[in-house]
Design a protein around this ligand. Structure first.
Ligand SMILES: *Cc1c(COP(=O)(O)O)cnc(C)c1O
Length: 374
């Protein structure tokens, strides 16, 4: 008789689903033999890594025999100076996903609850479920709202109770692209009990140009129960290095440090992220390319009669008005990888990362063909 290993796992892990990332282009090459591939599936920067980061990476190879600085002294100093905070507010993560995981480990257990919205970033449900805590999932804003499928802060507030230790808010949200105004968020924070931590995930912060958006970083003094997470995977173009951070009350950072694995951010990642932070020119250029690509894609998609959700990010969530999976497949066959979001409860939508002008055009041509063929 073979051993049922599933029974050996702790209860929360027995039913835990596996995160489904965007399809790597190497996989599409193996599966379909397609060679000329455009990947617009994981909200990466189409311009590649920051040039300053690349220069630092090339220089760093001889130092790789040494363990990284487990406290991330230099990177924290650079971030602290940039954000006008003290370094003891900062926690570094192996991607910001790692921070979300640390938060769940430090603050959740089977007797506690976490609140997040339907259609929110998938990692929230995974990290909560892994601890055995109860997930309270808020109904989203309606189809006719100015931010369709976005976070409904009133609905989220209603689910916060005495057992709630964490609330996850993505601003802007992935996969919808929708955002919350600074005023609405601040009003919400003022109603949350001080023993509930509110995590505001600002993975797309550097892309946001909406007038009513405000980063929560400046509210830390006012709301000590606030945790803000950010990443180097998006505009800084360093997704492969896995580096992100959070800003919180120093006492929260101290608790995260207890559950953090000692060398969670490698030396290359620390050095490259520190250099990328200074690469203001690259960030400005990336934002401009994104702005132009956003205009190009939304105009073309609207000409095709497709509805695009409002987005303050580097991706668009498009309503195809029909099941998206066959369209996704047809795009793959043409070497274009986008992201189906049925697992996020949006089976008629596709999420498309904004690429370079050429990549966007490849996608649009392939989409027209895919829609016509089905
Ligand atoms: C991409 C993304 C992240 C984090 O990615 P890391 O690569 O782990 O830093 C976090 N939150 C949201 C909403 C994202 O879209």
């Amino acid at each position: 008789m073979t051993l049922d290993f599933t029974e050996l796992a702790v209860a929360p892990v027995r039913t835990l689903p596996v995160y489904q990332p965007g399809k790597p282009d190497s996989e599409l090459r193996r599966e379909l033999g397609v060679t000329d591939i455009v990947k617009l599936a994981s909200n990466e920067n189409p311009l590649g890594p920051s040039p300053r980061a690349q220069a630092v990476l090339r220089e760093h190879a001889p130092a790789l025999a040494r363990y990284p600085d487990g406290n991330g002294y230099q990177m924290k100093a650079a971030l602290a100076a940039r954000l006008a905070i003290t370094p003891d507010c900062i926690t570094l993560g192996n991607g910001s996903d790692n921070i979300l995981e640390m938060l769940a480990r430090a603050f959740l257990d089977p007797d506690r609850e976490a609140v997040y919205s339907e259609h929110a970033f998938a990692i929230y449900s995974l990290v909560v479920q892994a601890t055995g805590a109860r997930a309270r999932i808020a109904r989203p804003l309606g189809d006719n709202d100015a931010m369709p499928y976005g976070h409904d802060l009133d609905a989220m507030r209603e689910l916060i109770g005495p057992r709630t230790r964490l609330v996850f808010i993505a601003n802007p949200n992935n996969p919808t692209g929708t955002w919350l105004s600074g005023a609405d968020l601040q009003r919400f924070l003022a109603t949350v009990p001080s023993d509930t931590l509110v995590v505001i995930d600002e993975a797309y912060h550097e892309y946001v140009e909406a007038d009513d958006y405000t980063s929560a970083v400046s509210w830390l003094q006012q709301f000590p129960n606030l945790v803000v997470t950010r990443t180097f995977s998006k505009i800084y173009g360093l997704a492969a290095l896995r580096v992100g951070y959070s800003v919180s009350h120093p006492a929260v950072a101290e608790l995260l440090n207890r559950v953090r694995s000692p060398f969670n951010v490698n030396a290359m990642a620390q050095a490259a992220a520190t250099a990328a932070l200074d690469d203001v020119e690259f960030v400005t250029h990336s934002r401009a390319v994104n702005r132009a690509g956003m205009a190009q894609l939304s105009a073309a998609l609207q000409r095709l009669g497709l509805r695009v959700l409002p987005s303050a990010t580097n991706f668009l969530c498009v309503d195809l008005g029909r099941p998206a999976q066959p369209v996704y497949q047809r795009l793959l066959e043409q070497g274009v990888i986008v992201r189906p979001v049925a697992s996020y409860g949006l089976p008629h939508h596709l999420r498309v990362t904004i690429g370079t002008e050429t990549e966007n055009q490849r996608f649009l041509t392939a989409l027209q063909r895919a829609l016509g063929a089905i």
